[in-house]
Every structure is written in structure tokens, then in C-alpha cells.
Design a protein around this ligand. Sequence first.
Ligand SMILES: [Zn+2]
Length: 183
Amino acid sequence: MSSQSIIVPQISSFPGHEGAARLMLRWLVQKNIVEPQLSTCGLTGNRMGYAIAEGARQVVEQPEALPFGQPVNGLEIITQRCIFMPEAGFLEEAGCPECQKEVGPVLFESLDDWYPGHTDNFICPECGHEDDINGFIFLQPCGFSDLGFIFNGWGEATLKPSFVQAFAERLDCKVRLVEVETL
Ligand SMILES: [Zn+2]
């Protein structure tokens, strides 16, 4: 059992998402948090990712839990629209920030329209409040964006809040930290 820590901007369509991905990678490489070249250290698809580097020890609470020496240890950067959520035990609960009503079932059903890019927004069925789907309230952190940073196997080490904050400042966008258990 290991887990992914995923940093997701709280916006469906990140402006210039591919440029932002390159910018963030350059920053992570400068801080020696990941290696600059792709290698097979990821988890999904062709398993290409940016392998963990020494500087990673500075940005987590428990460096000894980092996946050094393990086959899956690197950063995958996603630049396609994706739904980032914990796979196990996800309750699909969501609330409206305007009327405070529970809107989870309708919201998660609406992802069928969101995923192909028909809309970035969700409209509250109770009060008509409309916002980017990320603007609704989620009890368990999840994210919906065309930009995402998956740190494979870093979950047990726990990213420092200061690192997540620095990430958000660099992106100039609020982010959510989504923890995903993987087998
Ligand atoms: Zn509402």
C-alpha cells in the first residue's frame, strides 16, 4: 500500500496550463525536489515521471517515509482535464457555498458534462448559485482541473503545508491537496 499526494489548482480550466506545468517543473527541479529528465518512475500509462531527488526531504514532514529506491517514486504532471479524488471510501458529498444545502448526488452526476469540457461550472439545484465546480464545498478534498501534480508514493511522508502554500503562490491560484490510496 502506498499513496499519492496530488496538488490540484481549484479551477477547471487553468489559463495556459501547459506553460504553467513547465514553469512549476522548472521550479521543482531548481529546488532539487525532482529530477529534470523523465524516467519510468510513475504509476499510470507509460509510467513516465520525474524521479524523486534529494531536495524532497525538505518539503515533507517525515522524510524517512519518502519512496527513495522504490520503482514508483516520481512526479507525474497531468495536463488533460481530470477528476482527482480519493478512490477508496469517497462519499461524494458536496455542499453549496450559497445556500449550504447538500448537492453531492447532482454535482457528481454533472461531471458527465464537465469531463468532456461542455462546462466548467455547476449550478446549485436548490438555489441556482453558479460557480466553477471547484467553488463548491467538498468534505473530502478532491479537485477538477486540466492541471494536476501527482507525487507518487509521497503520501506517507506528508507534504508540508508551507510547500503546498508555496505551490499555490507560484501558480497564483488556490490549490487542494488530494490524498489517494493506491494498491
Ligand atoms: Zn445553493
